[in-house]
Ligand binder design. Structure first.
Ligand code: GLC
Length: 731
């Protein structure tokens, strides 16, 4: 018999049950619910598990949740063991929440988020998240530390791999899709997990692209660039949120009451769990934003942090602070109420073992359906960057030299994935061989260094073949957390291999496996065709081959600009015009905002991607040229497939608020539609524009639209769309 109502289901019943349980809890037991252990396998930094064995802490009721990372089928057993200790050996028998980073798949791995964002396929991304939840929940995991929605402008920052690129609107939609996929209709559903949107906020603005570095931005940039995806996540009912490591207006997010309480909870109405990032409470001392551990705990609680991850300053210092009257006990009660509410909403209070389903786990992990969806999303994540001389699609008749360090590499999963089946990744070589190619394979070089005789052997293979499929890129460890690079160029050994292969004067098809925009200015000219294939997960080789052979079209579009030069960084499409704008394609003009030694524009812009056919876009028509607050207008273009094979174009809608109380970006993505057309076929694509799309945060932090002139641009990518625009007035 548990000392609490196990059957509370409605919000009213849960409120009553939580109050009744809290009335029995000691202060230490309450605070214990707010402490998250790094778990048995993740204590590189933070809480010292050896001195406080996790199982003892659980028995004493001093742990409310834990990160869990382990071999998938052992996880079920170990989670059950720890849950039994919590439920059967602690005084109040309160179950634990088990958490893990589930960023692009749990066991079946999907393309990295920067890749799948290039699909612009929100239902497919949602389904990938649902599949991840269906697998992870069977292992007994309840919280996924995802979606990561940090709007990123700097490819030196390794974590651009985890997000949806440089656009707040797309990051908002992708984040909402992932939350829907994870949480489904109801957290009580056993195939759902709690989402945890992160990192709140502005983490990607780290100076120099150096992880954990200072991020400085104005209030209007905070609200118009970094906040929108979190606002969207709150509107989507995201169950939890993780604070970021960086300062916001001088205060680390985790202890930032104006940010987390005033803005997030009061203004946006977030009533979910706020979880710190790993060790972030302790890092207040490094930031110089807390006197000592007790002060760090106090400031975090004041900011309404609910769950301290990986350290236990809450356990060690809050009881004393409260007893000395230095912290209001009501703040602890508020946090505990939120934690227990989610333990009820997930059904754990009714049955702490309800998610543990080892048999279903075995059936689901890497099952045919899950792999099929991973392959589909991988196909849609691939971006065709160049295709001259009709090099692609590749004919099955061709003799192929397969060259490069990523050609036969199992490292296709990318960063932030913990599958127990890395050996099941499909290599590019396997993909080609499964498609019937007898490839002539030579590695040529490693990721970072030459191989003795490698270049010579590669060239010999190329000379014997009709075409070279050259596979270059990064290794997973070069992306993700703590993976900032000063140079985003391919390693020199690979550039040397490219040069040698190009000199063989056979067609070169370059496949890039990477987790960030790379410097391709010197690379693109040396290949006849280039596919950006990112890290595509378990079905990488099959998906790449599907596109190589034209069994499916390349439909991906870049969600992050590729710089023309390192010195351009940060370079992104939705920039401000400045007081001295420099016209595109014009050489240096003194006293304008431009470089003496290169262009302002990126090599490849946001929204860019080619197809195996070609398209033309007609002029924009507007249903009217004025828009009232209550009304709407329709902007449309006629799109034609001008090529000789069926293809898909992503028709993109951009708006510009030409003049407002604060400067506004020269372009903002506000809509997109994927259109598949047969050769010669035309279709009119329409977008309905309403006043809500025109809103932004003004200098007074009001979310408003302002009357005046707006430009509408529609095109194949952000740059091409500039070539056709019409204006309307909001009245
Ligand atoms: C890491 C990351 C965060 C992750 C957490 C738990 O430091 O910043 O994204 O969810 O710790 O692993």
């Amino acid at each position: 018999m548990k000392p609490y109502d196990q059957t509370a289901r409605t919000e009213e019943e849960i409120r009553a049950a939580v109050d009744a349980l809290m009335a029995q809890m000691t202060l230490e037991e309450k605070i214990g619910q707010l402490v998250q252990s790094p778990g048995p396998a993740t204590s590189e930094i933070g809480m010292d598990i050896d001195s406080d064995p996790l199982e003892d802490l659980i028995r004493q009721g001093r742990i409310g949740s834990t990160i869990f990372l382990g071999e998938v089928f052992q996880t079920v057993k170990d989670i059950e063991k720890l849950q039994r200790i919590a439920v059967e050996e602690s005084r109040l028998h309160i179950p634990l929440l088990f958490c893990q980073d589930i960023i692009h798949g749990y066991q079946t791995i999907f393309p990295i988020p920067l890749a799948w964002s290039c699909s612009f396929d929100l239902p497919a991304i949602e389904k990938a998240a649902h599949i991840a939840a269906a697998e992870a929940s069977c292992a007994g995991l309840h919280v996924a530390f995802s979606p990561m929605v940090d709007v990123a402008h700097d490819p030196r920052w390794g974590r651009v791999a985890e997000g949806a690129g440089e656009d707040p609107y797309l990051a908002s939609l992708v984040g909402q899709a992932i939350i829907r996929g994870f949480q489904g209709k109801n957290l009580f559903d056993r195939d759902s997990v709690m989402a945890c949107v992160k990192h709140f906020l502005g983490y990607a603005a780290a100076e120099g692209g150096r992880d954990y570095n200072t991020a400085e931005f104005s209030e209007t940039a905070l609200r118009n660039t970094y906040l929108p995806p979190f606002k969207a996540a709150v509107e989507a009912g995201c169950a939890s949120l993780m604070t970021s490591f960086n300062l916001v207006n001088g205060v680390p997010s985790v202890a930032n009451r104006p940010l987390c309480h005033d803005l997030l909870r009061q203004e946006l109405g977030f009533d979910g769990l706020i979880i710190s990032d790993y060790n972030a409470v302790a890092e207040l001392l490094n930031h110089g934003a807390a006197e000592d551990e007790a002060d760090a705990a106090r400031r975090s609680l004041l900011a309404t942090l609910d769950v301290e991850m990986a350290t236990d300053f809450y356990n060690r210092h809050l009881p004393g602070l409260i007893r000395e009257g230095k912290v209001d006990a009501a703040l602890v009660d508020d946090a505990v109420r939120r934690v227990l509410t989610f333990k009820y909403r997930t059904g754990l209070m009714e049955d702490p073992y309800r998610y543990l389903r080892p048999e279903e786990l075995r059936e689901r992990v890497l099952c045919k359906e899950h792999l099929a969806h991973s392959r589909k999303l991988a196909q849609e994540s691939i971006v065709l960057l160049k295709n001259e001389n009709h090099t692609l699609p590749l004919s099955r008749e061709k003799k192929v030299a397969l060259v490069g360090p990523t050609a036969d590499s199992l490292d296709m999963g990318g960063c932030w994935q913990f599958t127990s089946f890395p050996e099941r990744m499909v290599t590019i070589r396997q993909g080609l061989e499964d498609a019937g190619f007898a490839v002539n394979y030579e590695k040529g070089c490693d990721i970072h260094q030459m191989i003795e005789g490698g270049m010579e052997n590669a060239c010999a293979a190329v000379y014997e073949s009709d075409v070279c499929v050259l596979c270059l890129g990064e290794e997973s460890l070069m992306n993700g957390e703590s993976a900032s690079r000063q140079s985003i160029a391919l390693p020199q050994a690979q550039l040397d291999l490219l040069e040698a292969v190009a000199a063989c004067e056979k067609p070169v098809i370059l496949l890039l496996t990477n987790g960030r925009p790379l410097l391709l200015g010197e690379v693109l000219p040396q290949a006849d065709a280039v596919l950006e294939t990112w890290f595509l997960g378990h079905e990488a080789g099959h998906a790449i081959c599907d596109v190589l052979l034209g069994d499916c079209e390349p439909t991906g579009r870049l969600t992050m600009s590729f710089p023309a030069a390192q010195g351009q960084i940060p370079v992104y499409y939705n920039h401000m015009n400045t007081g001295r704008p420099h016209p595109r394609g014009v050489p240096y003009i003194r006293f304008e905002s431009n470089y003496m030694d290169g262009p302002n524009e990126p090599l490849l812009p946001f929204g860019y991607g080619l197809s195996y056919t070609t398209f033309s876009y007609g002029e924009i028509t507007l249903s009217q040229d004025t828009l009232t607050k209550e009304g709407s207008l329709t902007a449309s273009v006629c799109v034609t497939n001008t090529g000789d094979r069926t293809g898909t174009t992503l028709c993109q809608l951009y708006l510009r608020d030409v003049a407002a109380s604060i400067a506004r970006p020269v372009q903002e993505l506000k809509g997109f539609e994927s259109v598949t057309l047969a050769p010669g076929e035309s279709r009119r694509v329409s977008f309905v524009i309403g006043e809500p799309m025109l809103r932004f945060y003004n200098a007074e932090k009001q979310y408003v639209s302002e009357p005046g002139r707006f430009e509408v641009m529609i095109g194949m990518d952000s740059e091409e769309a500039l070539s056709r625009s019409r204006s309307f007035r909001l009245v």
